[in-house]
Design a protein around this ligand. Structure first.
Ligand code: SF4
Length: 698
């Protein structure tokens, strides 16, 4: 354990779901071992876990847990009573509402919170009259969802984990599932590769996934579109299209083929920074086999052209007929354990539960019949847009379980703007970077102290069960959201004081994706959406006969390349970011783990030897990484694993906080930030080189 006294637990061996990634492995506490073990849950059928899962209970007894409500007195956060904390939130939010109207409030839900918590928070926002509610899915796969909803009618994995081993080939674009989604990779993908399936890895960096790859396309960050368009051109030119599928399920083929005639494979490969022969071989490896499953990750989605990137991938899948069958599909690998569910239940500014547009009169009327009030018809602001409005249009924010000071782009700007709010309420388990800016802090429950449901990356809704009580005066998240809702809406929301099961039951009445699901039916298995009436477990592979919106055909659409926002000067490198096996997202939990290590290689700046030599950087040097937005220091790891001209840092640590360097450019459709392409200068730290001081923060 990580410190503190071990508290009484309600049921040490309660079967719950891992709080980290979207794979959704079953975990329970093993008192003898003092850590988590797996149980035979729907995804980790053999009870297997990755190192993060084993460390999941480290949070429970951690001595840095927030255990008392805090309020700001000048520069200090001081302990207070729950009555005082709730009272301040109620009076200050009411004042903002009276003076500025409901759109002056912003609600940050979390894909690390349960479906029930996210549902109640979005309902609160809408009861107050604003659609300014979003969750951190905005930052990882909003662009993927936008493209897939547009083309396929549904923005989710089209395969299930259990049919993946039937693939003859895997195309992994901008993802590193061996480290980011380890159990899916080790239990479903790697065994198929060992049995002969081909793996094509598109990533600017060699990593743990590349070790299994037959083809590695080390694409230049930001240039996936020319690469994927050229692959489409090869597929068409070499007669590798699935004629039957294209004839039956696709429209716009002739126009698309004409447009593809203008795609020069050699020039596109050069633009993408890969060898033409490698690109051609990868296109054949994907399109020639009967079944190929594509995975798409944040290397694709986190660009100002993230939505267009995914559109380009969907063109390739449609041409090759690699959708709608076991072992053939397109699969966004979702980040946190409930990133799929947070969107499903409506914690998004433009859609209601079940992805019905807030602008849809009929949808609002149907929700109003259940809620007793009609949600506003104007879409709200997204997460990053809200931070841009802090202190201006947005005067108060309620942040539940997110660490936005670390995870939003251009972190120095966000830090300043957080302090411009009239009221910042942060609900969390640890004193995160965001808590440091709060006016009121609610000590909340960890994942291991709550009941509820989460929806994993392949659409399976599973149940979490508590193994412990929250420490000290900390309270469960659902109770906290409900108390705030009851006070601000005079009991209209939260006044029924229903528990998680009652909230879930209400949610199923306004969310057709979840209609008919229930706690009893889920039990220790799962229910997967779509969940047709009378079904026991839901629909597996999507789009077998029709697309998600009922359409018979999906359209092929030309996708033009988009230049990244940052121009890269002669002396600059492109900084890209990603995860490592033992840490997760802002690292608020994993960096405090007593089990997980922080290896020097995990927070180092990876540099190609040529780029290091140009800058006089040697392995282990302390280096400054900077641009006009900010500056961090890191230790250099000189490695040919990262392509020349590109540098890599993880985003898991408060230091180096990589988001001091990332920019404000957003994808125009999904409003996802361009985390994966920032121009930076890298130099040896003067303090390292001369023993002198290198100066302060930029
Ligand atoms: Fe948890 Fe994901 Fe690891 Fe499974 S693969 S144990 S869900 S972090």
């Amino acid at each position: 354990m990580s410190g503190g006294d071990r508290r009484d637990r309600e049921g040490d061996d309660a079967k719950s779901i891992c709080p980290f990634c979207g794979v959704g492995c079953g975990v329970r506490y093993d008192a003898e071992r003092g850590n988590a073990v797996g149980w035979r849950a729907p995804v980790n059928r053999r009870g297997e876990l990755c190192p993060k899962g084993v460390a999941a209970y480290d949070v429970v007894d951690h001595d840095e847990r927030l255990t008392t409500p805090l309020v700001r007195e000048g520069d200090e956060l001081v302990e207070t009573s729950w009555d005082d904390a709730f009272g301040r939130v109620e009076s200050d939010f009411r004042e903002i509402l009276d003076e500025n109207g409901p759109d002056a409030l912003g609600f940050f839900a979390s894909s690390g919170c349960t479906n029930e918590e996210n549902y109640l928070l979005q309902k609160l926002a809408r009861a107050l009259g604003t659609n300014n509610v979003d969750n951190c899915a905005r930052l990882c796969h909003s662009s993927t969802v936008a493209a897939m909803r547009d083309r396929f009618g549904t923005g989710a994995m089209t395969n299930t984990v259990e049919d993946l081993p039937e693939a003859d080939a895997f195309l992994v674009a901008g993802a590193n599932p061996a480290e980011q989604h380890p159990v899916i990779f080790s239990s479903y993908v790697a065994p198929a590769v060992k049995q002969g399936a081909t793996l094509i890895h598109v990533d600017p960096r060699e990593n743990a996934t590349t070790r299994y790859a037959d083809h590695h396309l080390a694409v230049r960050p930001g240039y996936d579109i020319p690469l994927l368009n050229a692959m489409c051109r090869v597929v068409v030119a070499e007669g590798l299209i699935d004629d039957e599928f294209v004839a039956a399920r696709v429209e716009g083929f002739e126009e698309f083929r004409e447009w593809l005639d203008g795609v020069d494979v050699a020039a596109s490969a050069e633009r993408a920074g890969v060898e033409e022969s490698d690109l051609r071989a990868a296109a054949r490896a994907y399109a020639e086999p009967d079944r190929a499953a594509a995975f798409t990750g944040m290397g694709m989605s986190q660009h100002r052209c993230g939505t267009a990137n995914v559109h380009a991938l969907l063109n390739l899948a449609l041409l090759a007929g690699n959708v709608g069958r076991r072992g053939a599909g397109v699969n966004p690998l979702r980040g946190k354990n409930n990133v799929q569910g947070a969107g499903d239940v409506g914690a998004l500014p433009d859609v209601l539960p079940g992805y019905r547009d807030v602008t849809d009169d009929e949808a609002r009327a149907e929700v109003a019949a259940e809620w007793g009030f009609e949600p506003p018809a104007e879409p709200g602001l997204t997460e990053v847009e809200m931070t841009h409005e802090f202190g201006d249009g947005i005067r108060g924010a309620y942040v539940v379980g997110e660490n936005i000071a670390a995870t939003e782009p251009n972190a120095n700007r966000v830090a300043d703007e957080l302090d411009d709010l009239d009221l910042l309420v942060v609900q969390d388990v640890f004193p995160t970077e965001t808590v440091g800016h709060a006016d009121v802090v609610f000590p909340a429950s960890s994942w291991a102290e709550k009941s509820g449901t989460v929806t994993n990356t392949d659409r399976q809704v599973q149940r979490m069960r508590p193994a412990a009580q929250p420490p000290g005066d900390a309270r469960r998240d659902l109770d906290l959201i409900r108390e705030v809702a009851e006070r601000l809406t005079d009991g209209e929301v939260g006044g029924d004081r229903g528990g998680p099961e009652a909230v879930f039951a209400e949610m199923t009445r306004v969310n057709s994706l979840y209609a008919g699901m229930g706690y009893e039916g889920i039990g220790e298995e799962s229910q997967r959406w779509p969940f047709p009436a009378g079904a026991e477990s839901g629909v597996g592979v999507l789009h077998r006969e029709t697309w998600g919106d009922g359409a018979e055909r999906a359209t092929l659409e030309p996708v033009e390349g988009v230049e990244p926002a940052d121009e890269v000067g002669d002396d600059e490198l492109v900084l890209t970011t990603g995860r490592v096996l033992s840490h997760f997202n802002s690292g608020a939990v994993t960096r405090r783990s007593g089990i997980l290590t922080r290896l020097r290689s995990e927070d180092a700046l990876q540099l190609h030897p040529d780029d290091a030599a140009d800058r006089g950087v040697e392995e282990g040097d302390s280096v400054v990484v900077e641009n006009d937005r900010g500056r961090v220091e890191a230790i250099a790891a000189v490695t040919p694993a990262v392509r020349s001209g590109t540098a890599f840092l993880t985003f898991h640590f408060g230091e180096p906080l990589v988001n001091r360097l990332t920019g404000d450019a957003l994808d125009p459709v999904a409003k996802i930030p361009e985390y994966k392409h920032s121009a930076v200068r890298v130099r040896v730290s003067r303090s390292d080189a001369t023993g002198g001081d290198d100066g302060g923060e930029a």
